[in-house]
Design a protein around this ligand. Structure first.
Ligand code: NZQ
Ligand code: ZN
Length: 396
């Protein structure tokens, strides 16, 4: 196990109906917020009215900015930054999924920052001022942004999707109310489960030794995500299952499972290129990339894949290692299919003629730098190998 430091100050409030208490919970932090939300789901579900009433009853004034798109855009973030400055707002409340929370975090970074917000994501500028505090009411369990210190933003002009991390971006307050997930369509549940599962993969498939405890925590989280997602496919109204899935999604990405381990983030780097260029949903893109990436990694550490196949995918260990791993990966593909997730580039809406070489290089430069472009992980993947992984996802 590697040396690590872990600090997670989010006040995490979980329970049915808890979103109604947003006003009284927020009073400990502020009396004025930017209320930030997406394309309208919270208005259709009535959550918007409940939140607005709760804020008013608690004496919290607010300005609002809706319209966050999936794969949130830097353009709306710039609008939010200007609005907060003009209205003297120093606290951002996100009500939505990962995209809304990430957009809120970007606004929180940008308000005190003197330069352009996108330059933080490209690393052309450094953050010299702490971000504003962010709180959230989660409406879609998936990205884990409700307890992560990260934000991911898309610049449509340059077709780049980039992340930024800062310890102060963990929300100060997160409300996770499983009744809010009942309005989600099945594909969003599936996308979310695929994303959570991959957040554990990026941490679990590692060469780091002496990680028995975090291995076991990762394995329990992966099993729970897979079981609860299958249950929810048949019973979308099962609030208890939504609760278990949501808690798994938070734990999958608040880095408790990643402490003391080398981490990869290769699948995310590969997927973010697809989302940046083709605007595909993040979880759906991962469902296509992950099996091909894992297959390419197996020869470099078969032991961890055999452990996963046995402990997570339920494969009997009484066969040779190669067969155990093959069966584990087969069961993973079957799980994606059962949830209705895309199986290949074409089902994702990406043509076989896409510029996979360009996207492979961009992902590798982002992770390894121009001098040594590669994706880290069990094995350092070169741009050529990345391109082969992309091409392995094309239906022939
Ligand atoms: O915009 P509205 O109308 O709210 O509709 C949304 C959106 O269309 C809808 N939705 C959300 N809650 C709903 C609902 N529809 C009905 N009922 C509800 N209760 O769902 C759609 C997708 O929402 P979005 O927020 O985009 O999905 P998700 O939570 O999967 O977030 C994806 C984003 O998170 C980033 C991804 O890259 C992607 O941009 N990630 C952020 C991370 C982080 N900050 O730590 C880590 C992740 O790896 C990920 O990269
Ligand atoms: Zn993700």
């Amino acid at each position: 196990m590697l040396a690590f430091e872990y600090h997670n100050p989010t006040r995490y409030v979980f329970g049915e109906g808890e979103h109604r208490n947003i006003g009284s919970l927020l009073r400990a932090f502020t009396n004025r917020v930017l209320l930030h939300y997406g394309g309208g789901s919270i208005k259709r579900s009535g959550v918007y009215n409940t939140i607005a009433r709760s804020l008013e009853e608690a004496g919290i004034s607010y300005c609002e900015l809706g319209g966050v798109k999936p794969n949130p855009s830097v353009d709306l973030v710039r609008t939010g930054i200007e609005l907060c400055r003009a209205e003297n707002i120093r606290f951002v409340l996100a009500v939505g999924g990962g995209s809304v929370i990430d957009s809120a975090k970007a606004i929180a970074l940008g308000v005190p920052h003197s330069g352009d917000i996108w330059n933080l994501y490209t690393r052309e500028e450094e953050l010299k001022t702490p971000p504003l505090p962010v709180a959230c009411v989660l409406t879609l369990p998936a990205a884990g942004s409700e307890n992560s210190p990260n934000t991911v933003l898309t610049n449509e002009e340059s077709t780049r999707k980039l992340g930024y991390g800062h310890p102060a971006l963990r929300p100060v307050l997160s409300i996770v109310d499983p009744t809010l997930f009942l309005t989600l369509p099945p594909n969003q549940m599936a996308n979310g489960a695929a994303d959570m599962l991959c957040h554990v993969f990026e941490r679990y498939f590692t060469n780091t030794q002496d990680t028995e405890l975090s291995d076991a925590l990762c394995e329990a989280t992966m099993r729970t995500i897979m079981q609860q997602a299958v249950l929810l496919k048949d019973e979308p109204g099962n609030v208890k299952a939504w609760g278990q899935l949501a808690l798994s999604g938070t734990i999958a990405h608040n880095n408790l499972l990643g402490v003391g381990r080398e981490q990869s983030w290769a699948c995310h780097a590969l997927e973010h290129e697809l989302s940046a260029v083709y605007d595909v949903p993040h979880g759906a893109g991962l469902a296509v990339i992950v099996p091909a990436y894992l297959e390419a990694m197996v020869p470099h550490n078969p032991g961890i894949f055999a452990q996963w196949a046995t402990n997570v995918m339920g494969v009997s260990p009484n066969r040779n290692t190669a067969e155990v791993i093959r069966e584990g990966l087969h069961r993973l593909r079957t799980w994606y299919r059962e949830l209705g997730l895309p199986q290949n580039m074409q089902e994702l809406g990406i043509p076989a003629e896409a510029d996979f070489a360009g996207m492979a290089r961009a992902a590798c430069v982002l992770k390894g730098g121009k001098e040594s472009p590669h994706l880290p992980g069990i094995y350092a993947v070169t741009p050529d190998e990345c391109e082969r992984i992309y091409r392995a996802c094309i239906r022939v």
